[in-house]
Design a protein around this ligand. Sequence first.
Ligand code: ADP
Length: 443
Amino acid sequence: MLRSYRSRMTASFIVATVAAFLALGFGWSTEGAVVVLVLVPISVSLGAWAGAAIRGEARILAGAAREVAQGELTTRLDPPGDEMGLAYDEFNRMAARLEGRVAEASQERNRLMAALNSSQDAIVAVDTENNVTFANAAVEGLLDRKPEEMIGNPFVFTMPDPAAIEGLRASRERGEATSHVIERPNRRFLRAIITPIVGGGAWSTLVVFHDLTDVKRVETVRRDFVANVSHELRTPLAAIKSVLETLEGGALEDRDVAVDFLARADAEVERLVQMVEELLELSRIESGEVPLTHDVLDPAAVVELAAGRMRAPAERAGLRIELSSGNGLPRVMGDRASLERAIVNLIENAIKFTPEGGRIDIRTRSDNGGVLIEVADTGVGIEPADLPRVFERFFKADRARRAGGTGLGLALVKHTAEAHGGRVEAESTLGEGSCFRMWLPGR
Ligand code: ADP
């Protein structure tokens, strides 16, 4: 009863009015004075009581507002039935709207974080002092730092590269994005796109790092490849040119000399043709554009055919070829001509690098669900430092340069094996011999 300030004010007003009427009725007599003396204090205290009720309700409102300010967004008030009830209702509506807005903002933030963290590119935000305020998950792979190690620390701790620091300054000064290529340890290349964010607060600048290592590597491989091809073509072409010049300069008159020179030119042309054919074959296999035909093959038969083709050249070089093959070999799926060419390449090398009187063992056996083809020789062997590189295009050990190969044969063997789902490896002891193995999966 009389809990709200309105009922208390009404009571105070009624008491004051009654006091006034009674005073008038008593014609300001002693009775009137008594009535006034009794009723006016009652009215005043009822007024004060009403004031206390307003203060109480206002305090409740202030307390609730404080809770909302502190983040208790679910705080709501039970409105009293007086005018303060309107204020309580308004408060409740405001709190509900605020709760909705904050929920929307946090949803948006979650979406943004998910997008930033799913990026393959490393994304870092820094403040005006160049301290990191955000780093996405990709920084771990690209910058070798965990996001939590970066956040709160100066950007230079992670990226001491002057190009990056200069980039931050430049893009802030110009107010536009700048792009820089940064070299990191282990020949890693990153493109950094640095963008200032106007009104971004603690995210004053955003730096996006994109991994360029593969692109750079492909560029280098392509450049090296063109340089190598040009170099390798120049040698036989120069030899042919000098033969022609010698013939022109008079050697043509001497038939024996002319025949000898023409034979040399012919050998160089042969080398050129072989190189061009091997290059074409390599690019054919690598591009995968022309599919290798897939026949069911008896691996022993393919090896026998290749060895048969090389028997005469081996004999001419004073070498013996020993062929052996295990029982119950699985069949392999593949391109007969490519596989035969790969095995011929291995035998050719064995002949080329084995001194007269040596031996070449060609073994075929079942291995690990597939077939292992081994070509072992008793030749000069390969330096341990050269061994891991023999399958690279154009690689020739120094001593081998004199043997006049193209340096493409083993690259072709490797690509052929891989195009068939197989692999190759080499083992060698300098001065004792080498063993090349090609493994192909069984059908
Ligand atoms: P090449 O046309 O020079 O023979 P390859 O790619 O077939 O090119 O071989 C690359 C290099 O590997 C050769 O130049 C040689 O140094 C080395 N090599 C290959 N096979 C043998 C082998 N059987 N014995 C010794 N060295 C070999």
